[in-house]
Design a protein. Structure first.
Lengths: 358, 511
């Protein structure tokens, strides 16, 4: 017997879907083994995760809260990955968005009404995240610097800058030495829905952005050019697509929506800028998996964003109820990404056994 | 170890999906031979050599060294019996030194202080064959010629008796090529033998003592260099059977469409490859560029279409200067281009057929309005292309990678012709296609001409050029050697010009 691997010519959407389910299932099995090693019944633990996040009204509200930044960033990353621009820097694009939002909110918040200051903050956050996202794009196209490294390193720069701001020039006068900025004025804060931590405005924003980006990718000239660049840069050159301009705009949008997520977190949950790990619980990284699970379709990022938000909420729950370390959830996320990428191999290749002749 | 006195390949047959790359090929080389292996692109030279080097397994046939049959499973087996290969693109680690590159994978180096041992060996061989190279320099600091010497040293130190060189002079300056030939002469005096893959006749005549010519996977001739002339070789290479030209109406050429004057272009290596080219193509005319590939055709086309900057000269389209304008500008002004490597440049394999059907004109109305793509119109366009140009595809929604080469080419051609360009540039449009598809595409080129368009057809296939062209220019080393009319000239003359010899004497009579 020998294993034969040949390139697969085409994959039907149904097959694609089964591979997706198979990858998820394999990820669950693998994480089950991790639970077993900790001496916990894996079926019970996985059941608990989903019960906590989707099984109760309280849990689902939390899931929605966490889904908002994941959907925003995940759909933006799907855009960048369509162009084969491996943006690993959404975390910092989110932070820079939050910085711009804080600045606008604190400077003009007190003197402007809510319906003006809030849009201003979001626009500012979009521009901030977008500009930050353009930096690695310029590096890549003009100097040939690998974007994986530059986006990853820019994460540290933005994080350290936020720390500098909150302990230095922007340290709040009302915060008694804590590393926070002053709170945003009331009109710059998004109201919660009922007794939850969810803002209806943010949910609508996230869903609209994801759908808008899906439209951008599949219906506009810009989206067409992005996909040509991603699939075949030589053909892009042949067909006269402006590589620099297109990449720059693409990363402005991808970074910009991460910036929106930053402002969203700021004005709905935190109300002030604080340490980077408080502002973003690793959303920029989790969203990478959200984009992949959504098959790089910005619209599907809504579903995969919800799914991963659920895992985060469920992970918090089992941490409390079963005494598991919080990082167990990260193991879960990482394993699922590994299996998703392995699933892509089966999408593109046929693998089968063959009896050796003679 | 016993040296290679005589190596034979007998009845080698190798086919890839649907294509017979080698059919019953025999090859013999003896100690002290430099055998030139001549043929057009796709003639099967490289396939044959990859069989010898153990990279491919032949479907039929055997390889014998000194009368003993070999079983070559991989390059390691080939190296063991003394066969070395130097690829067109060097396989060296750029950031390592010469010494480190040569030591890499070298089994005889001692475990302790390998540098000293290697240095001695390198110096010994450098002296012996005139392969001067500084062992401590990093590869990226070396010129192409020096890098090639490193490759040769690497092969020789691994006891290569038979050296296969794939187009060794294509990356070299003329002076470097001369140096290489000196090295090769020293090697054969030492009892080595060399197989030189090339499509430059000049080179084969000057360095080889024997030659073998391949065409479409078969051996079409084999001779001792003393007994043949360049014209003989050209004839073996291009074949003699020229079928009748396709039916074509008599049309008087229209106004000049493309005027090129004094155009010079550099290659990727920065060497001049197109030199002071001048010609004019008129409407209702198919202008062919004949010549062995690598003589500047690709670079010329790239500079006309805006993909490569020219060094001197001007390109004018219907009177307007379009020299060094962007690819999009040139396309918008009426030049359409069927690129040489259709999969690499002309299509996006993972995108669907209808999306590929507007590549390059996706930004023009009616396919896109303002910023939005008009997909209903695009689908309609794709459907009409599929129907009109007989593209055999499951549907317009299939990714283009599922199409066969011929259908891909029909799609590209249809896409480029349907825009009714003032100038259509087609580079090797029928390369690798079956007879039916090739004929179809040739007829479409003629249709385009009959509608009043100018066509620039670059091809290696003389048969094709004679079938469709109104005038044919022969390109050699970046120059145009002469321009002939197919109905009114001697194929021998074209062969001579392809081999680099001008034939002014007959020009006057023919034109």
């Amino acid at each position: 017997m020998s294993v034969v691997v040949i390139p697969r010519e085409k994959a039907t959407p149904l097959f694609n879907f089964f591979i997706l389910l198979g990858s998820l299932f394999a990820g669950l099995v693998a994480v089950g083994i991790v639970f077993l090693l900790k001496g916990i019944n894996p079926f019970f633990a996985i059941f608990e995760i989903f019960r906590a996040s989707f099984g109760s009204f309280f849990g689902f509200k939390e899931t929605l809260t966490k889904a908002v930044p994941l959907i925003l960033i995940g759909s933006g990353l799907a855009l960048a990955y369509r162009a084969k621009f491996w943006n690993i820097g959404a975390e910092s694009q989110l932070l820079v968005g939050a910085i711009f939002g804080t600045w606008i909110g604190l400077a003009w918040g007190p003197s402007l009404p809510g319906f003006i200051i809030l849009p201003l903050m979001f626009i500012g956050g979009f521009i901030g995240g977008g500009l930050w996202g353009m930096v690695p794009a310029i590096f890549k196209v003009k100097f040939g610097i690998n974007e994986v490294i530059s986006t990853l390193m820019l994460n540290y720069i933005a994080a350290e800058f936020v720390k500098f701001l909150v302990v230095g020039p922007w340290k709040g006068k009302t915060k008694y030495g804590y590393p926070y900025t002053d709170d945003l004025p009331d009109q710059a804060i998004l109201k919660y829905l009922g007794n939850s931590r969810v803002s209806l405005v943010l949910i609508i924003l996230a869903v609209c952005v994801a759908l808008l980006l899906a439209f951008l990718v599949f219906r506009t000239r810009f989206g067409y050019e992005i996909r040509v660049i991603g699939e075949n840069p030589e053909a892009a050159r042949y067909s006269g697509i402006d590589f620099f301009r297109t990449t720059l705009i693409m990363m402005f949008i991808s970074g910009g929506v991460a910036g929106l997520a930053g402002v969203g977190e700021l004005s709905s949950i935190h109300h002030h800028l604080s340490y980077p790990e408080t502002i973003s619980a690793g959303y920029g990284f989790t969203a990478i998996i959200v984009a992949w699970l959504g098959r790089l379709h910005p619209g599907f990022a809504i579903l995969s964003g919800l799914f991963f938000a659920g895992i985060i909420v469920g992970g918090d729950a089992i941490q409390m109820s079963m005494g598991l370390p919080a990082t167990t959830v990260n193991v879960f996320n990482g394993l699922i990404l590994v299996f998703l990428i392995m699933g892509d191999f089966f999408l593109n290749h046929k693998v089968f056994y063959q009896r050796r002749k003679g | 170890m016993k040296r290679i006195e005589k190596l034979e390949m007998q009845g080698i047959t190798k086919s890839f999906v649907g294509v017979k790359a080698n059919q019953d090929v025999n090859l013999t080389i003896e100690k002290g031979d430099i055998l030139g292996l001549l043929g057009e692109n796709g003639a099967g030279k490289t396939t044959l050599m990859n069989v010898l080097y153990g990279l491919y397994h032949p479907d039929k046939g055997k390889v014998l060294v000194n009368g003993e049959q070999l079983h070559l499973r991989n390059p390691k087996d080939s190296m063991k019996v003394g066969i070395g290969m130097i690829h067109q693109h060097f396989m060296l680690v750029q950031k390592h030194t010469v010494l480190e590159n040569i030591a890499l994978g070298y089994d005889e180096a001692p475990f302790f202080f390998p540098q000293r041992y290697m240095r001695n060996r390198i110096e010994e061989y450098s002296r012996k064959f005139g392969l001067e190279v500084d062992p401590d320099k990093k590869i990226w600091e070396l010129s192409a010629g020096e890098q090639q010497r490193v490759e040769i040293l690497k092969a020789l130190l691994r006891n290569a008796d038979l050296l296969i060189m794939d187009e060794p002079t294509s990356v070299l300056t003329p002076q470097e090529a001369e140096d290489l030939f000196d090295i090769l002469r020293k090697m054969i005096n030492d009892g080595h033998s060399v197989i030189l893959i090339s499509h430059k006749l000049e080179e084969i005549m000057s360095i080889c003592n024997r030659v073998m010519v391949m065409r479409k996977g078969k051996v079409t001739g084999s001779a001792i260099i003393k007994d043949v002339t360049k014209v003989d070789l050209a004839r073996m290479m291009i074949g003699r059977e020229l079928s009748n030209s396709l039916e074509k109406s008599e049309i008087e050429p229209g106004d000049p469409i493309l005027e090129i004057s004094d155009l010079s272009v550099d290659s990727d290596q920065g060497l001049p490859i197109v030199r002071n080219l001048s010609y004019t193509i008129c409407g209702s005319e198919i202008f062919g560029i004949a010549g062995v590939s690598g003589n500047g055709q690709r670079e010329m086309v790239e500079s006309i279409t805006g993909l490569r900057k020219s060094v001197t000269g001007s390109v004018r389209l219907q009177g307007d200067d379009i020299t060094n304008k962007s690819a999009r500008f040139i396309h918008n002004n009426g030049i359409n281009h069927v690129p040489e490597e259709r999969i690499k440049f002309g299509t996006v394999a993972n995108l669907q057929l209808f999306e590929n059907s507007v590549l390059k004109k996706h930004h023009t109305t009616p396919f896109s309005k303002r910023m939005l793509m008009n997909y209903p119109v695009i689908r309609e366009h794709a459907n009409s292309l599929v129907e009109k140009y007989n593209v055999d595809a499951a549907s317009i929604n299939t990714p283009v990678k599922n199409l066969s080469g011929g259908n891909m080419q029909k799609l590209i051609l249809g896409r480029e012709i349907s825009a009714e360009p003032s100038l259509l540039i087609a580079a090797h449009p029928t390369y690798g296609l079956d007879v039916g598809a090739a004929e179809y595409i040739r007829k479409e080129l003629i249709n385009c001409r009959d509608r009043g368009g100018a066509v620039l057809l670059v091809s290696e296939d003389l048969e094709e050029l004679f079938q469709v062209c109104d005038r044919i220019a022969v390109m050699f080393e970046g120059h145009i050697m002469g321009i002939v009319e197919p109905g009114n000239c001697d194929i021998e003359d074209v062969g001579m010009m392809m081999a680099g010899s001008a034939v002014e004497k007959k020009q006057g009579e023919n034109l």
